[in-house]
Write a protein that binds this ligand. Structure first.
Ligand SMILES: [Zn+2]
Length: 205
C-alpha cells in the first residue's frame, strides 16, 4: 500500500465519524459508566459523557487534518543551504489503537532538503496530525516519514519516536519505566550511514 493511500484511508474514517452524533457518542459513554459499575445518573457523573466526548474531539482532531495541505507551502529561496534540517523532541500525546490509552512521547524529524524547505512549525503540525488519531507507534512513525517524503520530496528524511505507552504502564505487564523507540529512514538517510549518524547525534539528549 502506498503511503498516500494509507493517509487517504485515515481520512475515510472521518466519514464514519459524521454518521455518529455527539449525543449517540455520549450515550455510549453513559453505557460504559454503567457497565463498570457506577451510576451515570449521580451528580458527579451527569456531565461526564459530555466532557469525555469533548476531550475526544481534542484527542482525535487529527482525523480532520490533511497532511498534504499542511506541507503544501514550501520555500525555494534557501541561499545555498545544503545541510540537514532537524526538529527534535517534538512532544506529542496520542492514543493506542488497541486500548485507547495514552501514548506520550516525542518525535524527532530530520530531512535533507531538495531545493525547497518547509516552515519548521509544519513539521510539528505533521507530528500532531498523526498523533491525534488512534495509533500504533510503528504506524505513526511510518505515516510521518511518508507524508514528508511524498510531499517535500527531500533527498533524505528520518524520523525517530520515543514514547511511553500507558497500556503497558497502568495495566497488562505494568512496566512503568520502559520506553519504546521506533525509527525509519528514507533516501540518503537510509543509504548514507554518516548522514544518518549525524542526524542521530543531533537528536541525542
Ligand atoms: Zn495499547
Amino acid at each position: 500500500m502506498s503511503s498516500y493511500s494509507s493517509i487517504t484511508k485515515a481520512f475515510k474514517r472521518d466519514d464514519v465519524k459524521k454518521k455518529v452524533t455527539a449525543e449517540e457518542a455520549e450515550k455510549a459513554v453513559e453505557t460504559i459508566i454503567a457497565w463498570i459499575g457506577d451510576d451515570p445518573k449521580r451528580e458527579g457523573l451527569l456531565e461526564t459523557p459530555k466532557r469525555v466526548i469533548k476531550s475526544f474531539n481534542e484527542h482525535f482532531a487529527g482525523y480532520k487534518e490533511n497532511p498534504s495541505e499542511i506541507l503544501s507551502k514550501t520555500f525555494k529561496e534557501i541561499q545555498g543551504y545544503d545541510d540537514i534540517v532537524v526538529l527534535k523532541k517534538i512532544d506529542f500525546e496520542s492514543h493506542c489503537e488497541h486500548h485507547m490509552l495514552p501514548i506520550i512521547g516525542n518525535a524527532s524529524v530530520g530531512y535533507l532538503p531538495n531545493k525547497s524547505i518547509v516552515g519548521i512549525s509544519k513539521l510539528a503540525r505533521i507530528v500532531n496530525t498523526f498523533a491525534k488519531r488512534l495509533q500504533t507507534q510503528e504506524i505513526m512513525t511510518s505515516q510521518i516519514i511518508n507524508a514528508i517524503h511524498d510531499n517535500l520530496n527531500p533527498i533524505g528524511v528520518g524520523v525517530v519516536i520515543e514514547a511511553d505507552h500507558h497500556c503497558m504502564k497502568t495495566r497488562g505487564v505494568h512496566k512503568k519505566n520502559s520506553m519504546m523507540v521506533t525509527s525509519q529512514f528514507k533516501g540518503s538517510f537510509s543509504t548514507d550511514e554518516k548522514l544518518r549518524n549525524r542526524f542521530l547525534d543531533f537528536i541525542k539528549d
